[in-house]
Design a protein around this ligand. Structure first.
Ligand code: GLN
Length: 547
């Protein structure tokens, strides 16, 4: 039988529950246990697919096409194992299931209520992954903060599961904040005591308390928290601010979070966590031999979470190349013909981000033109790829006003067009081309060089595609469609063979980059940026020598 660990949050949001859950999972995995993590989000949306990135950050997509919370990205980046539809549940989905059942008459005339019907459905979802018999431990992160009205049914569901299965099978790890008051020079435990009291009021108590803190917590404070929150002293864990999120598993190992969890779950420790590859990655990350600056051109750049997976993929790809990747945010909305040179000169590479709708499109196209004409390594993802097709059509093929029909329905040159099976869709949520699809790569291409294989599978989230009726014109003019879906012929990768690195992908490679498996396209892009930088330096010193 699988064991359950629930991770709740107290005092405030943004404490990094996802990172703590992922770090704990990593340690347990490194001890040889099969672990998965799921997220329960208490909001009413069915999934975050219809949410604006400003609201909720990036929408993460799984192989099986679920539009999910960005924490699932952390789970995959830490564990290198894929998540699925079942790993993200929202209150909206819980209610949808219960209401559908009510309409089918499945409740046989009973009054449908939060308890037991909603809590039963929550419990069913909490234990769903266990039914596969694939996991030893299932970690469930509960979104929001204890005390929120929305979280109540989840707390009640955990209480019931614990009562049904016993504490040794169901553990509660509570992540809380221990603020440091500068004026008093003191760490304060009261907010934590209050958040545990709130949990107690609902019949649940934490087994382990993880304390986020900016200052080290001494033994006295640990004892105080243990006494007033009714846990053992060794179950009070310090989680100090870390240099990078990838340090957190090692911090948690020092604090024995994995050991105390396993002891409380009455499971064997097996062996010390094997973190060899993880540590190698960290060493390279912290000891770079070079540095490149990459421009991230997008319209949500003021909110870092909107491009979470892209930023993390840069961290992974930088480490393999022993190179520090500095990302310069460039707001596509404010980029134009006049300022493009001053905004982008000095960059070693330019990535044009995914997106939806018209805002910032012309800026993205200007950035691509600049990268193409100045031989700066370029990487376009999804909308970024579509924009590089539009740019080529306008400025190389001479198709004035070429566009995607997403931006201009009446364009004379619809080089990017809506997919046939998307034309009649009116429901917005979960209806894009989502999840993993295969792609066959031309062996005579940069993309093939980068991947080192011909058949790949990547994740998608789009409604528009390269319009294949223009393919010949593009190929004759020099832009090659080097990756295609073998079943439909949909163009997945375009590139310019006579440019140092100019690749656009219709899919989202950033969603599959992990610490232990950095994505080849990102690795190749950073490599190209390093080369481009050193060539630029050589050229300048040569010119200086000639003068
Ligand atoms: N808006 C474009 C489409 O739907 C691109 C989507 C994206 O960048 N994820 O096809």
């Amino acid at each position: 039988m699988a064991k359950y660990i629930f991770v709740t949050g107290g005092v405030t949001s943004s404490l990094g529950k996802g990172i703590i859950a992922a770090s704990l999972a990593k340690l347990l995995q490194a001890r040889g246990f099969k672990v998965t993590i799921q997220k329960m989000d208490p909001y009413i949306n069915i999934d975050p697919g219809t949410l604006n990135p400003y609201e909720h950050g990036e929408c993460y997509v799984t192989d099986d096409g679920a539009e999910t919370d960005l924490d699932l990205g952390h789970y995959e980046r830490f564990l290198s194992t894929p998540t699925s539809q079942a790993n993200n549940v929202t209150t909206g989905r819980i209610y949808q299931t219960v209401i559908n059942k009510e309409r089918e008459g499945a409740y046989l005339g009973k009054t449908v209520q939060v308890i037991p019907h909603i809590t039963d459905e929550i419990k069913r979802r909490m234990t769903l992954l266990a039914s596969k018999n694939e996991y030893d431990i299932i970690i469930t992160e509960i979104g929001g903060t204890i005390g929120d009205i929305e979280s109540l049914p989840y707390v009640e569901a955990i209480r019931q599961l614990q009562w049904e299965n016993g504490k040794e099978n169901c553990l509660v790890v509570h992540l809380t904040l221990i603020p440091y008051l500068k004026a008093a020079k003191e760490l304060k435990t009261k907010p934590t005591q209050h958040s545990v009291k709130l949990m107690n009021e609902n019949g649940l108590s934490p087994d382990i308390i993880v304390c986020r803190t900016e200052e080290p917590i001494n033994g006295d404070i640990k004892r105080k928290i243990a006494l007033f929150c009714n846990v053992t002293v060794d179950a009070v864990i310090e989680a100090a601010d870390a240099e990078t999120i990838y340090d957190v598993p090692l911090h948690m190992m020092q604090e024995s979070l994995d050991v105390i969890c396993l002891e409380k779950l009455k499971m064997p420790l097996r062996h010390e966590p094997d973190l060899k590859r993880w540590k190698e990655f960290l060493f390279k990350l912290k000891n770079p031999k070079s540095k490149v600056t990459i421009g991230l051109v997008g319209k949500y750049v003021e909110l870092q979470d909107a491009y979470k997976s892209i930023l993390e993929a840069f961290v992974h790809a930088g480490a393999v190349n022993e190179c520090k990747v500095e990302v310069k945010n460039i707001h596509s909305e404010y980029l134009d013909k006049e300022n493009v040179k001053s905004s982008l000169s000095g960059l070693d590479g330019i990535l044009v981000a995914p997106g939806f709708g018209n805002r910032g499109i012309e800026g993205k196209i200007e950035a691509i033109k600049y990268a193409r004409e100045n031989n700066i390594p370029f990487f376009g993802i999804c909308l970024g790829m579509q924009c590089c097709v539009i740019e080529y059509a306008r400025n190389v093929l001479g198709y004035m006003g070429a566009n995607s029909t997403e931006m201009d329905i009446h364009t004379a040159y619809p080089v990017i067009d809506i997919m046939e099976d998307q034309k009649n869709i009116i429901q917005m949520g979960g209806t894009m081309r989502l999840g993993a699809y295969g792609c066959e790569i031309d062996v005579h291409s940069k993309a093939y060089e980068v991947y080192g294989k011909q058949y790949i599978s990547e994740r998608h989230r789009h409604r528009w595609e390269f319009n294949n009726s223009f393919i010949e014109q593009f190929e004759n003019a020099g832009m090659k469609a080097v990756g295609k879906n073998p079943e439909t012929g949909l163009v997945e990768i375009v590139e310019l063979p006579n440019h140092p690195f100019f690749i656009g992908s219709q899919f989202h490679p950033e969603l599959k980059s992990t610490v232990e498996n950095p994505h080849p396209l990102f690795v190749g892009f950073i490599k190209a940026a390093i080369i481009s930088q050193s060539e630029k330096k050589n050229k300048t010193s040569l010119e200086a020598g000639m003068n």
